[in-house]
Ligand binder design. Structure first.
Ligand SMILES: [Fe+2]
Ligand SMILES: [Fe+2]
Length: 179
C-alpha cells in the first residue's frame, strides 16, 4: 500500500460524516431545531479524526516530506492551498462549536449560525478531498522512491498507533489542570 492509501480510506469516512451534516441541515429546516448530540459528535469527529488524525498525517508526514523535494510550481501551489484549507476547516469547526454552545445555553439566534457553519463544512470538505484525491495525491507519489513510500506508510501506522493514547492523556490532563 502507498502512504496515500490510508489517507484516501479516511476521506471516505469524512464523506459519510458530511452526508450526515447534509441530512441534519434538511432536518433543521423541517423541524427548526438542532440534534445537539449529532453536532457534539461531529465537532469531536472533525477535531480528532479529520484534523488531528487525518490532516495530522497529511501535514506531519506527507507534506513534510514533499517540502524536501523539488516540487513543480503547480504542486507547490496546491500544497500551500491545502494547508490554508486545513486552517479554514479548523476555524470553521471552532465556530460551529461556539455557536452550538450558545444555542445550548438558550440563545436561539445561534441556530442561524449553526446552519451557516454546517453548510460551510458540507461544501468545504468534499471540494478539499476532491483536490487531494484527483489532483494531488497520485502525482505526488512520483517524487518518492519505493523505499521512501514504505517508510512514510510505516510512519502513518505509527502516528495512528499513538493517537488514542494522546487523546485520552490530554483528556486526563485537561481535568487535572482544573483541580
Ligand atoms: Fe487535507
Ligand atoms: Fe485529506
Amino acid at each position: 500500500m502507498m502512504p496515500i492509501g490510508p489517507l484516501m480510506i479516511e476521506h471516505r469516512l469524512i464523506e459519510r460524516m458530511v452526508s450526515l451534516l447534509n441530512e441534519e441541515l434538511h432536518a433543521i429546516e423541517k423541524n427548526n431545531e438542532v440534534h445537539l448530540e449529532l453536532i457534539d459528535s461531529a465537532v469531536d469527529f472533525f477535531r480528532t479524526y479529520a484534523d488531528r488524525c487525518h490532516h495530522g498525517k497529511e501535514e506531519d508526514i506527507l507534506f513534510r516530506d514533499l517540502a524536501e523535494k523539488k516540487l513543480s510550481s503547480e504542486h507547490k501551489r496546491i500544497m500551500d492551498e491545502l494547508i490554508q484549507e486545513h486552517v479554514f476547516g479548523r476555524e470553521t469547526v471552532g465556530k460551529l462549536f461556539s455557536a452550538k454552545e450558545r444555542y445550548g445555553n438558550g440563545d436561539k439566534d445561534a441556530l442561524k449560525e449553526i446552519i451557516g457553519f454546517l453548510k460551510e463544512l458540507a461544501e468545504f470538505y468534499p471540494a478539499h478531498i476532491e483536490k487531494e484525491d484527483k489532483h494531488f495525491f497520485m502525482p505526488c507519489m512520483e517524487y518518492f522512491s519505493k523505499g521512501e513510500r514504505d517508510a512514510m506508510l510505516q510512519e502513518c501506522w505509527e502516528f495512528d498507533r499513538k493517537l488514542i493514547h494522546e487523546k485520552y492523556r490530554l483528556v486526563v490532563e485537561r481535568f487535572e489542570g482544573r483541580k
